[in-house]
Design a binder for this molecule. Structure first.
Ligand code: UD1
Ligand code: UDP
Length: 371
C-alpha cells in the first residue's frame, strides 16, 4: 500500500515548537511518510528548537538575512520551495499559523496543485494591519487550504462565518502537546544565569516583545514602562530573553541596560522558557505562543498589544489586554503587583487551547481525508 507523503513546512521558532511534535507524531503512523522542510526564516532560534526535539529537516532553504524585509523572505522562500516540491512530491503540505513562511509554503503548494493542511487555523483579529502581516497571512492561507486544523471552537466559528465549513476540524493547539513534554519539577536550566534566580524571594516577571506592529513608538512605550516597573518594585526581577531582531535588541538595551533587577538574556531554548514560565509570577508579552502556554500553567498574562486573536484565555480570566501605552501597562501591572485579590483572580490554570492530544487528532484527520 502506498504511504501518504506529508511535507511539513516551517521557518520560525514558534512554528517549529508547534510543528515538530506533529512531524514526529505523523512519522509514527505506519501509513504515512513524514518529511520536513525549513525555510530557516529564523536561523539560531529555529536551530535551538530543532536541537531540543532532535529533528533533522529533510530540506533547509537557509534564507535568513539580518534585518530581512517581508519582500526578501517571501521571494527567497517561494523560489526555494519550487525545488523542494518538485523533488519531494508530497501528497499533502502542512503549514502552521501566520508567518511569511506559512503563507509562502501554502502558496508554493497551491502552484504545484498539492493540497494544503493549515495547522492553527481560524485565528482572527479582523484588523488587516494588526498583527502585521500575520492577520493577512492567515486569511490568505485559509483561502488556499483544503484542511483546516483549528485549536478552538471559536476558530471553527470564525471560518464558518467566512463560508469555510469543509475540511475543518477542531483539534486543540499543538503547543500544549509540546508543553507537556518540557515542564519538570526538578528542572535545571541550560541558561546559567537562571539557576541563580531566587524564585522564593523575588517575584519573577517574564517579559517578551517582538511584534513588527510594535516597532517604533509602541515599543518605546513598552520598554519605558518595563524600566519603570522594575524601579518601582525592587522585590521583582524582570527576566527578558530578548528576541534576536536587531530592532528589538536595540530598543531593549537602550531602555533597560543597567537597571539592577532587569536581566536581559539571550533567547532561551524552549525547555528553559517553559520551565521559567512555570516558576514566574507574571508574564508581560506581545507573543502569541505565550498567551496560549501561560494560562495552562496558571500564570497571569498582560498582553502588550491592542488586540488579540486569542480571546479564549481572556474569557477564562487569565489573560488581559494591556495595550501599548506606557500609562496603561504601568497601571495594570501595578494592580497585579499590589492587589492580591486581583492577582488571585487571574492566577488559575485553565486549558482553553487543548488537552495535549492535538497532534493525534490531526494525524487521524489526515488519514481520514486520504481514506
Ligand atoms: C517572525 C514572524 C512572526 C512571529 C515571529 C516569532 C513574519 C513576518 N513574522 O517575526 O509572525 O511572531 O517570527 O518570533 O513571518 N533574527 C536572527 N536570528 C534568528 C531569528 C531572527 O538574527 O534566529 C533576526 C534577523 O536579523 C531577522 C530579524 O531577526 O532579519 C527578524 O526576523 P523575522 O523572521 O523577519 O521577523 P520576526 O520579528 O522574528
Ligand atoms: N520561546 C522560547 N524562547 C524564548 C522566547 C519564546 O522558546 O526566549 C517560545 C515560547 O515559549 C513559545 C514560542 O517561543 O512557545 C513563542 O514564540 P514567539 O513569541 O517568538 O512568537 P509568536 O508566538 O508571537 O508568533
Amino acid at each position: 500500500m502506498k504511504r501518504i507523503k506529508v511535507l511539513s513546512v516551517f521557518g520560525t521558532r514558534p512554528e517549529a515548537i508547534k510543528m515538530i511534535p506533529l512531524v514526529q507524531e505523523l512519522a509514527r503512523h505506519p501509513g504515512m511518510e513524514s518529511l520536513c522542510a525549513v525555510t530557516a526564516q529564523h536561523r539560531q532560534m529555529l536551530d535551538s528548537v530543532l536541537d531540543i526535539f532532535s529533528l533533522k529537516p529533510d530540506y533547509d532553504l537557509n534564507i535568513m538575512e539580518p534585518r530581512q524585509s517581508l519582500y526578501t523572505i517571501t521571494a527567497k522562500a517561494l523560489t526555494g520551495m519550487e525545488g523542494v516540491l518538485q523533488e519531494s512530491k508530497p501528497d499533502l503540505v502542512l503549514v502552521h499559523g501566520d508567518t511569511s513562511t506559512t503563507f509562502v509554503g501554502a502558496l508554493a503548494a497551491f502552484y504545484a496543485q498539492i493540497p494544503v493542511g493549515h495547522v492553527e487555523a481560524g485565528l482572527r483579529t479582523y484588523d488587516k494591519y494588526s498583527p502585521f502581516p500575520e492577520e493577512m497571512n492567515r486569511n490568505l492561507v485559509s483561502r488556499i487550504a483544503t484542511l483546516h486544523f483549528c485549536p478552538t471552537a471559536s476558530n471553527v466559528e470564525n471560518l464558518r462565518r467566512e463560508g469555510i465549513t469543509e475540511g475543518v476540524c477542531q483539534t486543540g493547539n499543538t503547543v500544549i502537546d509540546a508543553l507537556k513534554t518540557t515542564v519538570r519539577e526538578n528542572y535545571t536550566f541550560v541558561e546559567p544565569s537562571l539557576n541563580g534566580l531566587d524564585f522564593a524571594k523575588k517575584r519573577i516577571i517574564l517579559v517578551t516583545c517582538h511584534r513588527r506592529e510594535n516597532y517604533g513608538q509602541p515599543m518605546e512605550e513598552i520598554m519605558s514602562a518595563l524600566g519603570e516597573i522594575a524601579r518601582e518594585f525592587p522585590d521583582t526581577e524582570l527576566v527578558y530573553p530578548v528576541h534576536l531582531s536587531p530592532v528589538v535588541q536595540e530598543a531593549a538595551h537602550r531602555h533597560l541596560d543597567g537597571i539592577p533587577n532587569v536581566r536581559l538574556i539571550p533567547p532561551l531554548d524552549v525547555a528553559d522558557m517553559h520551565n521559567l514560565m512555570a516558576r514566574s509570577y507574571l508574564v508581560l508579552t506581545d507573543s502569541g505562543g505565550l498567551q496560549e502556554e501561560a494560562p495552562s500553567l496558571g500564570k497571569p498574562v498582560l498582553v502588550l498589544r491592542r488586540e488579540t486573536e486569542r480571546p479564549e484565555a481572556v474569557a477564562a480570566g487569565t489573560v488581559k489586554l494591556a495595550g501599548t501605552k506606557k500609562e496603561d501597562i504601568l497601571a495594570m501591572t501595578r494592580t497585579l503587583l499590589t492587589d492580591e485579590g486581583a492577582y488571585a483572580a487571574m492566577a488559575h490554570a485553565v486549558n482553553p487551547y487543548g488537552d495535549g492530544h492535538a497532534c493525534a487528532r490531526i494525524g487521524s484527520a489526515i488519514e481520514k481525508y486520504f481514506a
